[in-house]
Design a protein. Structure first.
Length: 179
């Protein structure tokens, strides 16, 4: 359920250049946001429930020197970040599938080894070796289970938040005018 009234994130700056990474040589619409500005925007957005749309209001002390499309640059940046997070999510699931395959094969080998050890009657040593192999097999399953039970949630949440930021309305307010 998306609420019609967006929640506002306000950002106050002297000039528009503060919003973007000054070391990024990319064309304006492809530039990265300044790390502090991005962290501020993303952290505020994360605190707002997901069912709200967002609106970014940038208050500038001085008018920009050129008529740059800040709105499109900000949206483009967050869209790129959302796509990156989607790739990261896909890679995690691929790594999970590969880990699961390796874990299952190792678990099967440990179970087979455990069954073979029972034919070698060594008393207490046999039991220790059998239990050790079973424990090693289950430990091998730890990482795939961790990926599929826990690791994917934060990436999915971050991606959804970045997608919401990519579609947010951006308004730039300069004293005596609004862009």
């Amino acid at each position: 359920m998306i609420t019609t009234e967006p929640k506002v994130i306000e950002l106050r700056m002297r000039e528009i250049a503060q919003l973007f990474n000054s070391l990024d040589p990319s064309p304006f619409l492809e530039r990265d946001l300044d790390a502090n500005a991005e962290e501020f925007i993303v952290s505020w957005a994360a605190e707002i429930p997901m069912h709200y749309e967002l609106k970014l209001v940038i208050h500038l002390a001085t008018a920009p020197a050129s008529t740059v499309d800040v709105r499109e640059a900000v949206r483009s940046y967050f869209q790129h970040r959302a796509e990156h997070k989607q790739r990261e999510f896909s890679q995690l699931l691929w790594r999970g599938r590969l880990s699961l395959l390796v874990g299952v094969l190792f678990m099967a080998a440990c179970l087979a080894g455990s069954e073979l050890v029972q034919f070698i009657s060594m008393g207490a040593v046999e039991r220790v070796v059998r239990e050790g192999l079973l424990i090693m097999g289950w430990v091998a399953m730890w990482r795939p289970l961790e990926i599929y039970l826990y690791d994917w949630w934060p990436l999915r949440t971050e991606r959804r938040n970045l997608q919401r930021l990519a579609r947010m309305e951006v308004t730039v307010i300069v004293p005596n005018q609004s862009l």
